[in-house]
Design a protein around this ligand. Structure first.
Ligand code: ATP
Ligand code: MG
Length: 495
């Protein structure tokens, strides 16, 4: 995860509790609004019942008005019935099922009022005014109105419970729930905050501190200190860039050390060569002269050994001189085949002695290459010489040449020299071309360094592939001389 995303995630987590509290406040607000609305509706419903009460009271008043001599009141009575029915139906429609019994109670009293009113009207119309008045008083005032008052009390008590008390209970539940949710949010915010800050500090602070330590170690001069960028964010990128920078620094320091080593070896080699070559030449000449004069075969053999050792010493000195003071590069168009044969010419005796079988595999048509023939021959000589050194008890030396392109527009020729010797262990393979690297007691370790330098000087490449116990193949790629085009490969690859 990138650093930017981590920071965004951190801030988002910090905002989360506030967001939750906000959502909870909105939710609670909506619930409380719902409770208030319920209360309002229930209060409105109680007012409807007050209208029922008024209508029933007006009905009884109509009866009293008729008794007190208002003949129009009797005609009004059916209208009051309609008004009572209207309010009763409206009120009953809004009742919860468990309160419908109150509506039945009120309807029963209303029914009684109508019966009593009919009876009173009838008595009054038949002239029994006293009896009508007494019936009205007895039935309406003493029986039905107290009965209605009892029902009313019960209805208003129920309404109070339903509206205010239920609203209070609901608000209490909401407050309880809100308290629980708020506590949960506090605990959640604490846990999430701790975990997130631990994760972020671990993924930010730890790589930064590791990088700082690595910088301190590298800054103190230890360029081999391993830098392992673990995170894949911008800090990881920084660590990777730092590791690349350290690697380049290490390489350039190694090159610097190499150049310094070579420069001092060059000076030393030149001085040693200068000082040794002349006495050695005198020694060789003296030994050869003595060989002709001495008769005893044992002594002649000893003198022959001296000449041989002087020649080896001279070869080593020549190696050192070639490496430290290379002659100027003089390129010419050359035939690959001629170069290979020239390099091999000096090895026929050694090949026979070591019982090494030589196999040549030249492609039919090879373009010419542009190289310094002396140097390329020496490069090939060094490679062949190594191959023979690797096969002291015989084996097979194969030299193959073939045209081969190397990338867009680059045509070249490959010379591949393979032996069936002991091979090079993979751990030393990258170092065999370094100057002075050798595993042979009598080697200088300059052979491959010289070969590589001469091949690269001609614009080519030298690559070594080897397997322990199976042998080594040295592949020399050289660009064709300009104006020549490499024909299609004709020989099979031996790699
Ligand atoms: N064909 C090969 N098979 C096995 N090992 C090889 C081969 N070529 C090179 N090496 C290894 O590479 C090392 C370096 O080779 P290089 O030619 O540079 O030096 P050298 O042969 O040891 O000494 P010099 O060539 O100066 O006499 C050798 O000592 C040897 O261990
Ligand atoms: Mg060698």
């Amino acid at each position: 995860m990138s650093l930017q995303r981590k920071l965004l995630l951190g801030f988002a987590l910090m905002v989360l509790p506030t967001l939750l509290v906000g959502v909870q406040a909105i939710r609670t607000n909506a619930l409380e609004g719902g409770t208030l609305e319920g209360l309002r509706q229930r209060l409105a419903h109680s007012r409807t019942y007050a209208d029922v009460e008024d209508a029933m009271f007006n009905q009884t008043q109509v009866v009293w008005r008729y008794l007190s001599g208002d003949p129009a009141a009797k005609k009004e009575f059916p209208l009051t019935e309609q008004v009572v029915d209207y309010w009763l139906d409206r009120w009953a429609a809004g009742l919860p099922p468990d309160a419908l019994k109150f509506a039945d109670g009120v309807r029963a009293i209303e029914g009684d009022i109508r019966t009593v009113a009919a009876r009173v009207f009838k008595l009054y119309d038949s002239g029994q005014r006293e009896a009508a008045y007494l019936t009205a008083r007895h039935e309406l005032v003493e029986r039905l109105q107290p009965a209605l008052a009892v029902v009313n009390r019960e209805i208003y008590r129920q309404a109070r419970e339903l509206s205010v008390q239920r609203a209070v209970a609901e608000v209490q539940t909401i407050v309880e729930a809100q308290r629980r949710v708020l506590w949960s949010i506090i605990v959640l915010a604490l846990v999430v905050g701790l975990v997130a800050s631990w994760l972020i500090s671990r993924s930010l602070a730890r790589p930064i501190s590791e990088l700082r330590q690595a910088m301190a170690v590298v800054g103190a001069g230890d360029l081999d200190h391993a830098i392992e960028p673990r995170s894949r964010d911008e800090i990881g990128d920084l660590a990777r860039s730092f590791a690349q920078m350290t690697e380049r620094l290490r390489q350039s320091r190694a090159q610097l050390v190499q150049s310094e080593k070579l420069a001092s070896i060059g000076q030393m080699a030149a001085a040693v060569a200068h000082g040794l070559r002349n006495p050695l030449a005198s020694l060789r000449a003296a030994a050869q002269l003595a060989q002709h004069r001495v008769e005893a075969p044992a002594a002649r053999e000893q003198l022959g050994a001296i000449v041989e050792q002087v020649d080896r010493l001279d070869l080593r000195i020549a190696h050192l001189l070639t490496f430290s003071r290379p002659a100027p590069f003089r390129p010419l168009r050359e035939s690959v085949r001629a170069l290979v044969e020239g390099a091999l010419s000096g090895f026929s005796e050694l090949l026979r002695q070591r019982r090494v079988e030589l196999a040549m595999n030249h492609a039919a048509a090879l373009p010419e290459i542009r190289v310094d023939p002396m140097r390329l021959e020496q490069a090939l000589t060094e490679i062949v010489s190594n191959a023979l050194d690797a096969m002291p008890d015989g084996g097979r030396l194969e030299i193959a040449t073939r045209p081969e392109g190397a990338g867009v527009g680059a045509n070249g020729v490959v010379i591949e020299i393979s032996d069936s010797g002991g091979g090079i262990p993979s751990e030393i393979l990258p170092t065999v071309c370094e100057p002075f690297f050798t595993t042979r007691p009598e080697g200088t370790g300059l052979g491959l360094a010289i070969a590589k330098r001469y091949v690269e000087e001609a614009g080519g490449r030298l690559e070594i592939a080897s397997a322990v116990g199976r042998g080594t193949a040295v592949r020399v790629w050289l660009p064709v001389a300009s104006g020549d085009r490499a024909p299609a490969p004709a020989a099979p690859s031996l790699a």
